[in-house]
Ligand binder design. Sequence first.
Ligand code: NAD
Length: 264
Amino acid sequence: MDLGIAGKWALVCGASRGLGLGCARALAQEGVHVLMVARGAPALQQAAAQLSADCADAARATVEYVAADITTQEGRRAVFAYRRDFDIVVTNAGGPPAGNFRDWTRDNWVAALDANMLTPIELIKATVDGMAARGFGRIVNITSSAVKAPIDVLGLSNGARSGLTGFVAGTARSGLAASGVTINNLLPGAFDTDRLRAVMQANADKAGKALADAMQSRRQSIPARRFGTPDEFGAICAFLCSQHAGYITGQNILADGGAYPGTF
Ligand code: NAD
């Protein structure tokens, strides 16, 4: 299927590895020009060079990068100094740490809200009016399955991402929908990335288990009996960014191998 977005410009955050890189890859493979953002320049430069090489034959996509902390004003300024008019924006940053809510200070909460609620809102604010004026726009926020099925130790994430989810539900249905701009949230369950491995390692250490055993029992708890891959995640993102997905907005799309047990 031709997604009909070749030649568009995408901003993909948290793109040096994991789910963000999966999204950048899927978009570049469709011929979308991609600006990749992550904090560490060496890893980002390497990921961008690899992606550019991989897509050289398949698509005429330009792959650029800006090393910046997207959760800061300076970081966002650096990104928008590079380019302002994005047709597609994939918001993403690292998730907050796990813990006990009794230990979290106001500063911990402000950091989580900044990263996982206010940064996506700032990116939406900076880009959607230009998209609406041009008659096409796609925002995909990478959130978490924890928005639908909260995980107790991830209270910072549950809270901040639910705040973003409420904001998106209202904003997506504003005048933007009639201007060709969609805003959706993509909710990962367990995907095989560095973050998943780091979380699993911490769990395994706590339980005195080997990482491989902890990973295997987690796989067994998922109806699909496996973790998702960043490429699968990227393909869903690219479809949501496509011309074909113009009638999908304000939605929370779960990709979790069937792990969420509810009917709706
Ligand atoms: P990851 O750690 O593998 O990759 C995160 C990427 O974001 C890296 O490129 C990193 O450099 C970049 N990044 C982090 N903080 C940044 C910042 N402040 N500014 C710019 N770039 C930044 O993580 P992942 O597994 O790809 O997860 C992506 C998001 O999805 C996270 O918010 C995570 O909490 C969430 N999530 C992941 C899973 C999973 O199973 N992998 C499940 C639920 C939710």
